[in-house]
Design a protein around this ligand. Structure first.
Ligand code: DMJ
Length: 381
């Protein structure tokens, strides 16, 4: 029916088209990325310039109803009070910078609003009103709903060849607030990043939050010695905790979320959080940590994942998610998510090949693992 998630169209299709253009040089991919970018622009037409989450990309027809819907955008029904989601509108920058000739760069306005708005204890809540530009709910998470916003701050800086100092400053300040308020150690000595609900900590980490080990290591590389060491340690500890969430299951694949309360340590405590849908975040962190430290344990941990995927997820037609990581007779969910090829297998490949294959010096991966060249925002260049 033409309804699309602005975020997914951006990270999956525009990101994929741009990467394919840069890797092949074929103009058709660049043109399609530009075309698609243009179709997304009506979603930015809000009082603050913060886009809404859903847009209708259906063809402009003659039917009055369809004509009316074309280019219309709205907020997700489940997002409170018509708000937009931090991880969605905060995950456009890498791609839209490449599209900037066309778009007049609407993403710069998103930055401006976020920079100006008051942040509780320096933290960024996940829901913002595109109308008033203020937070709608005080839920902060480095996992789902927040994750790739932080990722795109540090990667925008890297992609600009370290010229985008505003992005770096926002990243540094956000990480400082996260370290101060959300990073915790469990009774068993595992470092994790908790979620925050109006000042109260929820001692839970989602699988999605496990990308942060890789992100923090990537940022640490460019810090002065004291911070570099502290952040590399933090990155390694978080990655190790995420490895524990895999190691403590029967399948050696990790649950959707794991907790550090009521005596549990890096284990899912709710039935609804025991599934694994071929997500990439843990191997993504192994890949970054391997490339940045060359500690062989990251390859060993990656190999454990390869074996577990073969054993529990391979099905006749490809690979499938499983409903419960704590049983060795898992039920398949009959889905091979698109990020399995785009991210999980790509990061595993990059973990085991030479460092100069899509080197971190030259490429930045968008949040769907599509590689974009550093300091190469001009198509003609
Ligand atoms: C991917 O689609 C992207 O990495 C996104 O940012 C959040 N995570 C999913 C896969 O788990």
């Amino acid at each position: 029916n033409g309804e699309a998630s602005l975020f997914e169209v951006n990270i999956r299709y525009i990101g994929g088209l741009l990467a394919t253009y840069y890797l092949t040089g074929e103009e058709v991919f660049k043109n399609k990325a530009l075309e698609l970018g243009e179709k997304l622009l009506p979603a930015f037409n809000t009082p603050t310039g913060i886009p809404r989450g859903v847009i209708n990309l259906g063809r402009q027809g003659t039917h009055p109803y369809k004509h009316f819907l074309h280019g219309m955008s709205w907020s997700w029904g489940w997002a409170s009070a018509g708000s937009s989601i931090l991880a969605e509108f905060g995950t456009l920058h890498l791609e839209f910078l490449h599209l900037s000739e066309l778009s007049g760069n609407p993403v710069m306005n998103i930055r401006r609003v976020l920079n100006r708005v008051e942040k509780p204890q320096g933290l960024y809540p996940n829901f913002l009103s595109p109308v008033t530009g203020s937070w709608v709910q005080h839920h902060v998470s480095i996992g789902g709903l927040g994750d790739s916003f932080y990722e795109y701050l540090i990667k925008s800086w890297l992609m600009s060849d370290k010229k985008d100092s505003e992005a770096k400053k926002m990243y540094d300040e956000a990480l400082e607030a996260i370290e101060k308020h959300l990073v915790k150690k469990s009774a068993g000595g595992l470092t994790y990043i908790a979620e925050w609900r109006g000042g109260i900590l929820d001692h839970k980490m989602g699988h999605l939050a496990c990308f942060s080990g890789g992100m923090i290591a990537l940022g640490a590389e460019h810090e002065a010695e004291e911070r570099r060491q502290r952040h590399m340690e933090l990155a390694a500890e978080i990655t190790s905790t995420c490895h524990e969430s895999y190691a403590r299951t029967d399948t050696k694949l990790g649950p959707e979320a794991f907790r550090f309360d009521a005596g549990s340590e890096a284990m899912a405590t709710r039935l609804s959080e025991r599934y694994y849908i071929l997500r990439p975040e843990v191997v993504e962190s192994y890949m970054y940590l391997w490339r940045l430290t060359h500690d062989p344990k990251y390859r060993l941990w990656g190999w454990e994942v390869v074996q577990a995927l073969e054993k529990h997820c391979r099905v006749e037609a490809g690979f499938s998610g499983i409903r419960d990581v704590y049983t060795t007779t898992p039920a398949h969910d009959n889905m091979q998510q698109s990020f399995f090829l785009a991210e999980t297998l790509k990061y595993l490949y990059l973990l085991f090949c030479e460092d100069d294959v899509l080197s971190l010096e030259d490429w930045v991966f968008n949040t769907e693992a599509h590689p974009l060249p550093i300091n190469h925002t001009d198509f003609k260049a």
